[in-house]
Write a protein that binds this ligand. Sequence first.
Ligand code: V47
Length: 360
Amino acid sequence: MQQIDDIAAEVRRGARIGDAEAARLWREAPLWLLGELATERKRRVSGDKVYFNRNFHIEPTNRCVFNCRFCSYRRPAGSPEAWDYTMEEIEQIARGRQGKGITEVHIVGGVHPDHGLEYYIDMIRRVKAILPEAAVKAFTAIELSYMIRKAGLSVEEGLRRLKEAGMAAIPGGGAEIFDQEIRSRICPDKGSTDEWLEVHETAHRLGIPTNATILYGHVEGLEHRIDHLRRLRELQDRTGGFNAFIPLKYRNFGNPMSEIGEVSVIEDLRMLAMSRIYLDNVPHIKAYWVMYGKATTELALAFGADDIDGTIDDTTKIYSMAGADDRRPSMSVEEMHRIVRAAGCRAVERDTFYNELPDR
Ligand code: V47
C-alpha cells in the first residue's frame, strides 16, 4: 500500500490522484500537509491571487415544491414567513443596486409550484434592463430542470431560451450529494443527480459556464464525498465548463435534520484542501464566506481556496436562516482586501467569467 509521502509526492508532481489515494490522504494526512499540497496546486492556477466580485442575490421565493430535510429556508403556502416577490418588487431590488459597480446578480430561490419558464425569462429580462452591465447567474439545475420540463421543452431548448433572455451563467446549487442512497435520506423528493448533471453538461455545450457544489457534513461518508468529486471531475474532463467548485457545509439550525451536529472547522479545511487536490481540472475553489464566516474564510485561503465570493450586500437568507453567524451578510471591498492580505495573498476583483478587473 502506498505511503502518505508517496501520494504527496505524486500530488506535488502534478499527477491526478485516484479514489483510493484520495481516501488515504483525506483520512490520514496531517492537516498541515493537506494545506501545503492544496496551496501548491492553487498557486499553479492563480499564484497569490484570491478572487472576489461585486454581487448581490435575488431570492424570489421561499415556497418550494420540494421538501429537502436539510433546508431551513423553505416555507409552506400560507405560512406568515413565506414570500413570493412580484416582478415589481424584484425590479425594485435591482434598481436599489444601480450605480454600485455590481458585476453579477445571483438569482436562486425555491421551486415555486405556480411559476413557469416564461415567468423566469421575463424576470431575467427585467433585471438585465435595469442592470445591463451585470451578468445574471441564475437558477440551480433543479429549478431549471423543473421549469424547462413544465414548459415541455428539452433541456437544450430551455437553456437556449434562458440564455437568449440574458442568463449568462448557472450557479452550483442543488447538487447536494450525488450518491442515491444519501440523496434519498436528505432530499428524497428533489430532482435527481442525473437531472443535475444533464443540465450542467448541456449548459457547457451551449457555452454557459457553471459552478458546482457539494453539501457535506451531515450523514454522508468520505466515500460519498469522493464519489461526488469523481462525477464532477469526469464531467469536467468532457466539457471544461465548470468555473468553480464550492463545498457547502451543512448548517443545522431550523431544519428537520437539526439533531445532526455540524462538523468542525478542521473538517472544513480538509474538505477544501481535498477538493483542490482531487479536482485538478476545476480552476477555482470557492470558500463561500457567507457560510463559513469571515475567520474561517481567511483560514480557507491556506487550504486551496482562491475565491471568496462577493460583497452580497445583505441579500441572501439561505444561510442566515440555517444558522450562519452573519445575520445580515455584507462585505465591503476594503474588508475583502483585508482578509485576503491577512492570509498573505492578493485580492483581485473578477467578473462572473473570471476576467480580472482593474482596482477601483
Ligand atoms: O443547493 C441549503 C445549500 C445551496 C443548507 O454558484 C444549505 O457561486 C448548508 O448553491 N446548510 C444553495 N447548506 C447555495 C449555493 C451557492 C451559494 C453561493 C455561491 C454559489 C455559486 C452557489 O445551499 C443549496 C444547498 O446545497 N443549503 N440549506 C443548510 N441548512
